[in-house]
Design a protein around this ligand. Structure first.
Ligand SMILES: Nc1nc2c(ncn2[C@@H]2O[C@H](COP(=O)(O)OP(=O)(O)OP(=O)(O)O)[C@@H](O)[C@H]2O)c(=O)[nH]1
Ligand SMILES: [Mg+2]
Length: 363
C-alpha cells in the first residue's frame, strides 16, 4: 500500500537536499577561501613592509596559516547553516510537483502542499545535514493538515440509538459501478456485529443483474436479513421497507446497498436524491476506489454536490500504490475517510488512522 509514493518521494527528498547542500557548501567554501586569501595577502604585505626576508620565518608562517585554514573549515562544517530562497524552493518544488502529479494527487491538494512547504522552508535557517529532515518535516505537517481527522462512527450510532433511544441508525452507500459498495457493506456488518450491533440490509440496487443475490449471499454468511423487492422496483421503497422492518424488530442499523452509477448519469444521480429523501439516512457514505486516483476525487466531489455526503470509504487501498486519492479526496470534499478497504475478505476493513497513513506514506 502506498509503496510508489513512499519510495519516490523519499528518494526525491534525499536527492534534492543533497543537491542544495552541495551548492550551499560550495558557496560558503568560496567565501571562506576568499577570506583566507585576503588575510594571507595582508600578512605578506605587512611582511614586505617590515622587509622580513628570512626563508625560515616564511615557512613557519605558512604552517601557521595552514593550521588556521584547517580550523576555519572545521568551524565552518560544524556551524554551517543555510537559508533557501524562493528560486531554490521553486526549483525543488517543481521536481516534487511532478512526483505528486504522477502519484495522482489532485492539483488543489498540490497547491496546498506547496503553500505549506513554502511557509515552513523559505528563509528559515537550516543546519547542515538537516535539509532533508526539514523538507520531510514540512511535508509531514502539510499531509497531516490535508487529511481530515475522521469521526467515530460507533459514537455517532450510539448517540442516536443509546442516548436518544431511537432506532434504527440508517446508513446509505453510494458510488460508481464496481467501486466496492456491496463488499464494503458486508465488511461493515461484520465490524458492527463485533461491536454488538444488530443489522439489516436493504437491497436497493434493483438495477444490476444478480445484485440482490450477491447481497443475499453475504447476508447468509453474516447471519443478517435482507429486505428486497423485484428487480426494477423503486430503490427508495426498498429502503423504506427495510427501515420499517428494523423499527418493528428493534434492529440497530440499516445498511442500504444502492446501484452503482456514474457521476455523469443525471437520471441515476437524481434517483439517488429520492432514496435520500425517503430513507432520511443518518449517514451517507461515498465508496470510492483508491486505485482510480484523481477520478475518485472527482466522483466524490460530484456525489457530494448532489446529495451531501457525510464520509468516505476508500476501497482497494491494498492495490493502490500511488496514494493520490487517499491524500486528496478528503481535502477536496472536506469529508473524512472513515475506513480503507484493504482486501476482499470481511476482515479487510481498516479504520482510517491518520498517523498510520502518514507512516505508510513514509512520514
Ligand atoms: N482488492 C480489493 N478488492 C475489493 C475491495 N473491495 C471490493 N473489492 C472487489 O471489487 C469488486 C467489486 O465489488 P462490489 O462490492 O461488487 O462493488 P459494487 O460497488 O457493489 O459494484 P456494483 O454494485 O456493480 O456497482 C469485487 O470483486 C470485490 O471483491 C478491496 O478493498 N480490495
Ligand atoms: Mg453492488
Amino acid at each position: 500500500m502506498f509503496n510508489f509514493f513512499k519510495k519516490k518521494i523519499g528518494s526525491f527528498f534525499k536527492k534534492s537536499s543533497k543537491e542544495v547542500e552541495k551548492k550551499a557548501e560550495k558557496e560558503a567554501e568560496k567565501e571562506i577561501k576568499e577570506e583566507i586569501k585576503k588575510e594571507a595577502k595582508e600578512k605578506v604585505e605587512k611582511k614586505e613592509e617590515k622587509k622580513e626576508t628570512k626563508k625560515e620565518e616564511i615557512r613557519e608562517e605558512k604552517k601557521e596559516e595552514e593550521k588556521e585554514k584547517k580550523g576555519l573549515f572545521k568551524k565552518f562544517r560544524e556551524k554551517f547553516s543555510y537559508k533557501l530562497n524562493e528560486d531554490e524552493f521553486e526549483k525543488i518544488f517543481s521536481g516534487l510537483e511532478e512526483l505528486l502529479i504522477e502519484s495522482n494527487v489532485a492539483m488543489e491538494a498540490i497547491d496546498f502542499i506547496k503553500d505549506e512547504l513554502k511557509k515552513e522552508i523559505i528563509g528559515s535557517e537550516i543546519k547542515k545535514g538537516k535539509i532533508k529532515e526539514k523538507l520531510e518535516e514540512a511535508m509531514a505537517k502539510a499531509l497531516d493538515e490535508l487529511l481530515v481527522e475522521p469521526f467515530d462512527l460507533i459514537e455517532r450510532i450510539n448517540e442516536k440509538i443509546k442516548k436518544k433511544k431511537e432506532k434504527p441508525y440508517v446508513i446509505c452507500f453510494f458510488g460508481i459501478n464496481g467501486s466496492g459498495k456491496t463488499t464494503t457493506i458486508a465488511k461493515l456488518v461484520k465490524y458492527l456485529q463485533k461491536k454488538k450491533f444488530s443489522c439489516v440490509l436493504a437491497a436497493s440496487d434493483t438495477f444490476r443483474a444478480a445484485s440482490i443475490e450477491q447481497l443475499e449471499k453475504h447476508a447468509s454468511k453474516l447471519g443478517v436479513k435482507v429486505i428486497k423487492h423485484q428487480y426494477g422496483a423503486d430503490p427508495a421503497a426498498v429502503a423504506y421497507d427495510a427501515i420499517a422492518h428494523a423499527k418493528s424488530k428493534a434492529i440497530d442499523i440499516v445498511l442500504v446497498d444502492t446501484a452503482g452509477r456514474m457521476h455523469t448519469q443525471n437520471n441515476l444521480m437524481n434517483e439517488m436524491g429520492k432514496i435520500v429523501r425517503v430513507a432520511k439516512p443518518d449517514m451517507k457514505i461515498f465508496v470510492g476506489e483508491a486505485i482510480v486516483g484523481n477520478d475518485a476525487v472527482e466522483q466524490a466531489k460530484t456525489f457530494n454536490e448532489k446529495i451531501g455526503i457525510d464520509a468516505i470509504i476508500l476501497s482497494k487501498a491494498d492495490i493502490d500504490e500511488k496514494a493520490g486519492a487517499t491524500i486528496s479526496v478528503s481535502y477536496i470534499t472536506k469529508k473524512p475517510i472513515l475506513f480503507l478497504g484493504i482486501g476482499q475478505e470481511y476482515k479487510d476493513l481498516e479504520a482510517f488512522d491518520k498517523r498510520k497513513v502518514l507512516k505508510g506514506l513514509g512520514f
